[in-house]
Design a protein around this ligand. Structure first.
Ligand SMILES: CC(C)(COP(=O)(O)OP(=O)(O)OC[C@H]1O[C@@H](n2cnc3c(N)ncnc32)[C@H](O)[C@@H]1OP(=O)(O)O)[C@@H](O)C(=O)NCCC(=O)NCCS
Length: 160
């Protein structure tokens, strides 16, 4: 991990998630999404091949990223979220950068994700890494909102 590259403040660290982080992850999840993943599902990703990371500030979980390997060479970014108090300080970018790097080490040659079409902050973050829009899935989310499927091929590095 090279925090200097990401602009994240001192005191903030990124590391692999473990079972003891789950309650903190659930709290962030619930503050970040209208349709949060249940605790059991967030826990289950710990046991899947891929990358499950937390960002901590003084030991408190302030963000997380989950990516899993599908079909050996596809890194599926399942979720990334940062607590509202720590947004816009480079934590999301640092989490995504590390998750993509770890997924690449685990065999990912391409990366995919779904994002709500109204989620400008997340779409902005993904575009920064070179993700491009692939397709729109109408009514993908439970409340009827459509998803944009985004893909990044070949490189896992931020372009900025
Ligand atoms: C998306 C999210 C993870 C970004 O985390 P963050 O730590 O605030 O992001 P960063 O500070 O690392 O920002 C990195 C880049 O993302 C983009 N970005 C972040 N917040 C943005 C906003 N509010 N509006 C527009 N672009 C934004 C920018 O390109 C930014 O680069 P810049 O600061 O140089 O302009 C955060 O907003 C979040 O947790 N949202 C709720 C959960 C969510 O929607 N997750 C994505 C699910 S698909």
């Amino acid at each position: 991990m090279e925090m200097a590259r990401t602009g994240v403040d001192h005191g903030i660290a990124i590391r692999e998630a473990n079972l003891a982080d789950i309650d903190g992850i659930v709290e962030i999840e619930q503050g970040a999404f209208p349709d949060p993943y249940p605790k059991g599902l967030l826990k289950s990703f710990l046991y899947m091949p891929g990358a499950y990371l937390v960002a901590t500030d003084g030991g408190t979980v302030i963000g997380y990223a989950i990516g899993i390997i599908r079909h050996r060479t596809t890194g599926h970014l399942v979720s990334v979220a940062v607590s509202t108090s720590h947004r816009r300080s480079g934590v999301g970018k640092a989490l995504l950068e590390e998750a993509l790097a770890r997924l690449a080490v685990a065999g990912a040659k391409r990366f995919v994700l779904e994002v709500r079409e109204s989620n400008a902050p997340a779409i902005g973050l993904y575009r920064k890494f070179g993700f491009v829009d692939m397709e729109k899935i109408e009514g993908y989310y439970a409340d009827g909102e459509s998803a944009i499927v985004m893909e990044l091929s070949g490189s896992s590095g931020s372009r900025t």
